[in-house]
Design a binder for this molecule. Structure first.
Ligand SMILES: Cc1ncc(C[n+]2csc(CCOP(=O)(O)OP(=O)(O)O)c2C)c(N)n1
Length: 931
């Protein structure tokens, strides 16, 4: 044979490439191929000849077998039997023996080594080794690892599969325990189905094995000494998880079905007064301590969840990070990723469809957000409500999105409980070993409609024809165990009878009202709170010391000289001349809180420097690039300081910070929007969590939202933080909404929020300024920081000097106040007082009343805002001001006309309108006192 191409057929190029690799490094090919190549001589190849009479034939077969083995390892999932309903896998020619020009007979002639790896161990020939490989990669479990870039991880994963490290060989009793568990899961659903027909429960049937999978993860968590497992999941199977994993008593769940009313015995009005309005049962969270009081305890937390699918993901990640960190010391928090395990359970339609999933996956390796890996499980019932995969995702697998984040994927058929447990054991071990995310795609089906009132045959007639006759997970597993002589029919029946008997008993209890389930009110949600107390004043000397520490950098550390000069100006502003700007006031507030022992975490886009270059919390050495964070080096600090530039993401980052704040009630957690407008990208986190979680779930948070806001001619998108939306959502004392006009007020507001962390936790929404960041009229003095406190309403000091002359009180909030106060025509407007409403919600009725009482001759109250009439605070203020002013004064408004877009893109129009607003506001009142 002289023609290599003809001899080796289509594999010739591949063989030569392998041979080249072998010549450069013999270890780079597997041992069987190496043994063949050892017999080759480069000269014979150069001459285009065969190496020996027998080797070339063997080599072509060897290479073919080796290529087939490689294809099975990397694409076996395309041929795997994942669908319990029996649909054909996608397949791939690369998985077919014939594609390589060989047959099973050829494989049977070859040694198993040509397949290599662990599949070869124990096999008598290549055919058996390939069969073993197919069983590993294309059975009821299969894997996708090629997206993992690290060879160490890939080898670990291949070994785990090849050695079947996580396939346990349970004893008889363990099989029976698993069957019993699956029986409980099924019985629970069946019992609810029969007892409360048509009531929504979002049955787990078809993916019943999820519960034993969670059991297995929890068992593993106990073994690895994990302190807490935090679970995020949607509606599907949630009641089952609550009952069996969180051990919420059956009777409690059944009584919720039976009663469908709010807390028994509590009059509705009282309940609303408490601020608690509750949620449907399949959204509720729970906590459970396993082994309570024993030496090893594990806390299991199921986060409450809104209907909005997948938005709980970042919240769980944030809770996890909070649970992993200690913060009671100076510097940065100590994180122990082994302490807390996050577990996210997704829907197959929601996972590829909801953008917040990708946003959250992107967090896994970011220093500010990593939690050392999350175990993801897609409960894949192959339908999203009535929508089929071909209509809801563009990729073949529901899990494909995860591959872009280098996350390994394990697919498993939900009718094979043993394989499903193996999948989670392996996932857990990978997470513990590499501290990375991993995903299990649990492929099952949905036995009923989306909810139990739905008729699925309307839309999926063929699928449901199959499901109707498809045996349940329990039936299949019971039969399998019976066939293997592990259980008898009598034992199977007894398990079922017992499971139903327990449920019957629970129902009796529920009907008798013996066990109303009420989670202990650990959050101390207790009625309306009048905010009268202020944090203690910070002594001037303390602030002076902190300020000088903040401006002292380590020996040899050299930040940008221009920045250093700018910052060193802060050394003088605590003197009598003042000039403490917004950034400095914030830093001093933070420093004083750290000295009080309040840990701080702040994140947002470019927040380390600050979008408007005003913060500079992180300094960069000009030569080494090293960073120095002064707030981490304060001698007096008793709490940690964290600050992170976030990814360009709003939903996931805000959700994360919200979760962090819930789980770290000791810390002041702040999220800063680049511009306030961008917060609406995270609208579900605001609506579904921050604004309403307290009322729905008694979940408490003190998260601070910093939202740059103010009309400065930058166009429609950088002017308004949509203040109106936060005010519209304000009720039941759910949060505070503030718009400060001075650095001192901001200083005091932050300290007030920190002060209230323990006694009165509520989120705080702050409109933060842009032009006021360095405006002289917004700057503070040391005295204002150390001798004053937060004022919900700021009176007009100048007007007070001639209060009797005042006829018009202009009420306004935020930056427009400074525009009015600094306008040229202000000097002539002696009869106008400019009063600032700094805390918009809770509405400062008392403070406003007192302020108005200072102006005996006032005839008109005018609300002045830069925003269009249909935006800003007017819609919220109007009825409350009307109540306040009654018939004594005329109540008017000055604003831009109602608009659909918040601001103009034309700077001349902006100027014109702004001028008009200010001049109208400062013009002498024309209205007459009403009778
Ligand atoms: C953000 C959001 N959009 C729409 C819905 C309405 N919805 C509820 S369940 C569902 C289908 C979810 O399908 P999948 O993710 O596969 O979960 P499954 O219910 O099948 O377990 C839809 C569209 C929702 N709850 N949340």
């Amino acid at each position: 044979m002289n023609d290599l191409e003809a001899f080796y057929g289509p594999n010739a190029g591949y063989v030569l490439e392998l041979y080249d690799r072998y010549r450069q490094n013999p270890a780079s090919v597997d041992s069987a191929t190496r043994a063949i190549f050892d017999t080759w001589s480069p000269d014979s190849l150069a001459a285009g000849g065969a190496v020996t009479e027998t080797a070339p034939y063997a080599v072509s077969k060897i290479v073919a077998a080796s290529a087939l083995a490689h294809a099975i390892r990397s694409r076996g999932h395309l041929g795997a039997h994942l669908d319990p309903l029996g649909s054909e896998p996608l397949g791939d020619p690369a998985l077919l023996t014939g594609t390589y020009g060989i047959s099973d007979e050829d494989l049977a002639q070859l040694p198993p080594d040509v397949v290599g790896g662990h599949a070869a161990e124990g096999a008598r020939n290549a055919l058996e080794a390939i069969a073993a490989l197919r069983a590993m990669y294309s059975g009821t479990i299969s894997y996708e690892f090629d997206q993992v870039k690290s060879p160490v991880e890939r080898n670990w994963l291949r070994d785990a599969v090849g050695l079947q490290l996580y396939r346990e060989s349970p004893d008889r009793a363990s099989y029976q325990v698993l069957l019993k568990r699956i029986t409980q899961v099924e019985a629970f659903e069946r019992f609810l189905h029969q007892t409360y027909p048509g009531q929504k429960r979002f049955s787990l049937e078809g993916t019943d094995v999820l519960v034993p999978m969670l059991d297995e993860i929890i068992r593993g968590a106990i073994e690895s000494g994990t302190g807490e497992v935090i679970i995020g999941m949607a509606h599907r199977g949630r009641l089952n998880v609550l009952a069996h994993v969180l051990e919420k008593p059956y009777a409690a769940i059944l009584s919720e079905f039976g009663r469908m009313r709010h807390e028994e015995g509590v009059p509705l009005t009282d309940s609303f007064g408490f601020g608690y309005t509750g949620d449907v049962k399949y959204h509720l969270g729970a906590e459970h301590i396993l082994g309570e009081g024993a030496t090893v305890e594990l806390k299991i937390t199921l986060s409450p969840n809104p209907s909005h699918l997948e938005f709980v993901n970042p919240v769980v990640e944030g809770m996890t990070r909070a649970s992993q960190e200690t913060r009671d010391h100076a510097g940065s928090p100590q994180q122990d990723v082994d302490n807390t395990l996050p577990l996210l359970i997704h829907g197959d339609a929601a996972f590829p469809g909801e953008g917040v999933v990708a946003e959250t996956l992107n967090l896994w390796n970011l220093q500010g957000y990593t939690v050392g890996g999350t175990i993801h499980i897609i409960v894949n019932n192959q339908l999203g409500f009535t929508t089929e995969p071909r209509d809801y995702r563009s990729t073949h697998f529901a899990s494909d999105l995860a591959k872009g984040f280098e996350i390994p994927v394990i697919h498993v058929n939900a009718d094979d409980p043993d394989a499903a447990l193996m999948a989670v054991r392996m996932a857990h071990a990978y997470r513990d070993e590499f501290h990375k995310d991993i995903l299990v795609d649990l492929v099952g089906y949905r036995r009923w409609g989306h909810n139990e009132g739905d008729e699925p045959a309307f839309t999926q007639p063929q699928m449901y024809e199959i499901i109707r006759t498809h045996p349940t997970v329990r039936e299949i597993y019971a039969r399998r165990l019976q066939e293997r002589g592990i259980v008898s029919q009598e034992e199977v029946d007894a398990m079922q009878e017992q499971a139903f008997a327990v449920l019957q008993e629970a129902r009796r209890e529920a009907d008798a009202g013996l066990q109303p389930f009420e989670q202990e009110d650990a959050n101390g949600l207790n009625g309306h709170h009048e905010e009268t107390e202020q944090p203690p004043l910070v002594p001037a000397q303390t602030l002076i010391e902190l300020n000088s520490e903040l401006l002292t950098w380590p020996e040899g550390f050299s930040p940008n000289p221009k920045l250093a000069r700018l910052l060193q100006r802060r050394a003088t502003t605590l003197g009598p001349e003042g000039g403490i700007d917004w950034g400095q006031a914030e830093t001093l507030a933070f420093a004083s809180m750290l000295a009080d022992g309040v840990p701080i975490r702040l994140s947002g886009q470019d927040s380390e420097r600050g979008t408007f270059s005003h913060r500079h919390a992180v300094l960069h050495d000009q030569r080494s690039g090293e960073v120095y964070i002064p707030l981490r080096h304060l001698a007096q600090a008793k709490g940690t300081f964290s600050i992170f530039n976030s990814p360009l993401t709003e939903s996931a980052v805000l959700g994360f910070e919200y979760g962090y704040s819930v789980h770290a009630p000791d810390a002041l957690v702040l999220w800063e929007a680049q511009y306030g407008d961008f917060a609406n990208v995270a609208q579900p986190i605001i609506d579904q969590f921050i604004a309403s979680a307290r009322a729905k779930w008694k979940q408490l948070s003190s998260l601070v939202l910093l939202l740059p806001h103010g009309y400065e001619g930058q166009g429609p998108e950088h002017s308004s933080a949509r203040l109106e939306r936060y005010l519209e959502l304000a009720a039941q004392d759910n949060w505070r909404v503030a718009n400060c006009s001075t650095a001192a007020q901001y200083f005091h507001l932050l300290r007030l929020q920190a002060f209230n962390l323990k006694t009165h936790p509520r989120p705080l929404v702050v409109m933060t300024p842009k032009s006021l960041l360095r405006h002289p009229l917004a700057a503070a003095t040391l005295q204002a920081l150390t001798q004053e406190s937060f004022q919900p309403v700021m009176d007009d000091r100048t007007a007070l000097e001639h209060a009797d002359a005042v006829r018009r009180v202009v009420l306004c909030t935020g930056k427009i106040a400074i525009d009015l106060l600094s306008h040229a025509s202000r000097a002539q407007a002696n009869d106008v007082a400019i009063v600032r409403v700094e805390m918009l919600y809770p509405f400062p009725a008392e403070a406003l009343k007192k302020t108005l009482a200072n102006y005996a001759g006032v005839r008109e109250v005018v609300w002045v805002q830069e925003e269009p009439l249909n935006m800003g605070a007017w819609g919220y203020m109007a009825p409350q001001l009307a109540d306040l002013t009654g018939t004594r004064f005329e109540l008017n408004v000055i604003a831009r006309p109602a608009r659909s877009s918040p601001a103009t893109g034309f700077s001349d129009l902006f100027q014109f309108e702004q001028e008009r607003i200010i001049e109208d506001a400062l013009r002498s009142p024309v209205t007459l006192r009403k009778t």
